[in-house]
Design a binder for this molecule. Structure first.
Ligand SMILES: C[S@@+](CC[C@H](N)C(=O)[O-])C[C@H]1O[C@@H](n2cnc3c(N)ncnc32)[C@H](O)[C@@H]1O
Length: 179
């Protein structure tokens, strides 16, 4: 990577460097492998569905994401459907038996309107009896207390170039429900 502003493709590649496969991905992979028709909402760079295909999933795998850079990285894998859109814009009608939103993708739905529209679109995309799996952070763990400058660290990117990751919270969580 050069020292100029990173491109969308660079950022998507960095996402994979900084977010390696973890235990919660194993949890979702088990769900995906047990379903036949799977929609990954906020699929990012597509690693979950790719792993499922590699592991022998023979059914329909479809990833949806509004970020063109992330989705173009996912499109390296041509044996999976990729759709550039946000959750609320999804137009499927009872086509999937499982929808997932992994790795905190659900937290990108911030406003009540977006949450309602996204949940309605995911519901419409599912067959009756279908399952929607997503997670949120447990506020009692107070993870934000670890996102502080002293926990910044250095690593390398995908081609071995030095990479510095710095944490800073712009709006301290003060006076809120979980303070
Ligand atoms: C933290 S990443 C998780 C990516 C992927 N699920 C994973 O496990 O690595 C969150 C993703 O949600 C996507 N996203 C943001 N807003 C969204 C929306 N309204 N609907 C669907 N996806 C959204 C982002 O573009 C991003 O790729």
């Amino acid at each position: 990577m050069t020292s100029s502003a990173p491109s969308a493709a660079d950022l998507a590649e960095l996402y994979d460097v900084l977010n390696p496969w973890g235990r919660s991905d194993d949890f979702y992979l088990d769900l995906v492998m047990a379903a036949r028709l799977v929609l990954d909402v906020g699929c990012g760079t597509g690693g979950l569905l790719h792993r499922a295909r590699e592991a022998g999933h023979a059914g329909r795998l479809c990833g949806l994401d509004p970020d063109a850079g992330m989705l173009s990285r996912a499109r390296r894998w041509t044996d999976i459907e990729w759709v550039l859109a946000d959750a609320a814009s999804a137009k499927w009608d009872r086509e999937f038996d499982l929808a997932v939103m992994s790795s905190h993708a659900f937290q990108f739905l911030v406003t009540d309107d977006d949450l309602r529209a996204s949940l309605a679109a995911v519901r419409a995309a599912l067959v009756d009896g279908g399952v929607f799996a997503f997670e949120t952070r447990n506020p009692s763990v107070r993870e934000w207390e670890q996102w502080i400058p002293s926990n910044s660290f250095s690593t390398v990117d995908a081609v071995g170039a030095p990479l510095r990751v710095e944490y800073d919270i712009e709006q301290p969580v003060i006076g809120m429900l979980y303070e």
